[in-house]
Write a protein that binds this ligand. Structure first.
Ligand SMILES: *[C@@H]1O[C@H](CO)[C@@H](O)[C@H](O)[C@H]1NC(C)=O
Ligand SMILES: *[C@@H]1O[C@H](CO)[C@@H](O)[C@H](O)[C@H]1NC(C)=O
Ligand SMILES: *[C@@H]1O[C@H](CO)[C@@H](O)[C@H](O)[C@H]1NC(C)=O
Length: 418
């Protein structure tokens, strides 16, 4: 390195080149979901280089598997661990919560950089009161355990919601929470504000497209809308949306404002697109997955915010790292991965400077781990999105997309009421 200061002409060029290559990696922070409902994905030690190869610096898990947490030691990758829905009832007991935090969090710190615990996944939209009644008490109990261990400053506590916690999401400014969930969500939001933790939401424009391919513009859902298809304008705010994900995120911002909670930080804990699906799953192709995930990662790199929050970086965890062969449901569920089980890319993301890790395939023993084994089936999770208020019909139509939206919304609602 010292040489470079004496032989300036030659090495300054090198510096310039390496800065160009390295800078994007350091300037943005990409997250990825590492789901493990599979019996053919690489062992955790071989997964770390794969994650680094796409420049991800944050990983979200659905459990707290020891082999995984061990593999991430000394990597500086930030980890969200998951506490499965099946543990919620147990966690109300403060001693059990303390023990859980000791064995699943404290003993890994600081070598494994656990920064957050996601307590439960999409609990409120399962409509199961035996689960949802336990959610907030479990979050509090886990937080109190962290306080007891003096870890509450370095590890935050949250839970991931489906976008279906909204019952209105169009136009984005009309976004609001399902009335029956407002009580519970308000308690959780107070908790976020007091403990400085993020509000997590899983958002899938794919599901909106899949349920209405004839009316929803593919360009709009794949972030290709800025090239002439117009996008949509929110008639109440006049904000222009050229992609559906931003509209979904801003609908969440509106819902938060309506319950007096403008300050909480929103993160997208899951978003992605499958590279394969059943014949009735429109849009589930490699080409579309490449566009959606490639464009999404580019937006994260460019640090672009949504129209309502232009100065706030997108905080996104792509779903998912691997195709997971043991997930139930339609074919798309097993094909959300950026990587195939053998560690090779499922498709070329088209990102500059990405070198894919040379990972050998070997069976992962704990593939279907106990904790949070329901790695959030995306199915159904956007059912709240395309809903509409009757007021919207009165609005002057401002673009082709808006017409699409208005026409398809009631149809989509019907589709979801199967
Ligand atoms: C849950 O309940 C809400 C409100 O009653 C309803 O709209 C929704 O369809 C239900 N979801 C499921 C998955 O049953
Ligand atoms: C817009 O069009 C240009 C030229 O056809 C193309 O290179 C670019 O990828 C397009 N961008 C989007 C977001 O569609
Ligand atoms: C992968 O590992 C297996 C078993 O350890 C070995 O037989 C095989 O040669 C390895 N393949 C590569 C490409 O390294």
């Amino acid at each position: 390195m010292n040489l470079s200061f004496t032989i300036i002409p030659h090495f300054s060029l090198l510096f310039f080149i390496s800065a160009v290559i390295l800078f994007p990696r350091m300037a943005f922070s990409l997250g990825i979901n590492y789901g493990r409902i599979a019996d053919n994905i690489p062992v955790p030690e071989k997964v770390v280089p794969i994650i680094k190869s796409i420049g991800a610096t944050r990983v979200k898990l659905y459990d707290a598997d020891p082999t995984v947490l061990k593999a991430f030691a000394n990597t500086n990758i930030e980890i969200i661990i998951g506490l499965g829905n099946e543990y919620l009832a147990t966690m109300k007991d403060s001693n059990k919560a303390l023990n859980w935090v000791k064995t699943n969090v404290q003993c890994w710190l600081p070598l494994t950089k656990i920064t957050c615990i996601a307590v439960g996944n999409e609990v409120l939209t399962l409509n199961d009161s035996s689960l949802s009644d336990n959610l907030f008490p479990a979050m509090q109990s886990v937080y109190n355990a962290l306080v007891t261990l003096h870890l509450e400053k370095q590890v935050s506590v949250t839970t991931a919601h489906s976008l279906a916690v909204l019952d209105t999401s169009y136009p984005p400014s009309a976004g609001k929470f399902r009335q029956d969930l407002v009580g519970c969500i308000s308690k959780i939001l107070d908790f976020h504000l007091k403990t400085d933790s993020p509000f997590l939401i899983n958002a899938y424009p794919f599901l909106a497209y899949k349920s209405n391919p004839k009316q929803v513009s593919l360009d709009f859902v794949l972030f290709e809308g800025s090239n002439g298809s117009g996008g949509v304008v929110d008639p109440w705010t006049n904000l222009h949306y050229d992609n559906m994900l931003f509209a979904q995120i801003d609908a969440v911002h509106s819902a938060l404002e309506k319950v007096g909670c403008k300050k909480v930080c929103v993160q997208i804990s899951e978003s992605g697109w499958p590279s394969k699906g059943d014949t009735d799953e429109a849009g589930a192709t490699q080409e579309n997955a490449k566009k959606y995930n490639g464009n999404l990662i580019k937006l994260v790199q460019q640090k672009i915010g949504t129209p309502m929050r232009p100065d706030v970086d997108l905080n996104i965890y792509v779903f998912a790292l691997f195709n997971e062969n043991l997930k139930p449901g339609p074919t798309s569920e097993r094909n959300f991965g950026l990587f195939k089980p053998d560690g090779t890319p499922a498709y070329n993301l088209g990102l500059a400077g990405v070198s894919y890790g040379n990972s050998n395939t070997s069976s992962s023993s704990g593939g279907n781990s106990g904790g949070g084994s329901n790695a959030s089936p995306p199915g159904g999770s956007s059912s709240g999105y395309m809903s509409i208020t009757s007021d919207a019909w009165k609005v002057t139509l401002q673009s082709r997309m808006l017409i699409f939206w208005l026409v398809l919304s009631p149809i989509t609602l019907l589709a979801f009421q199967r």
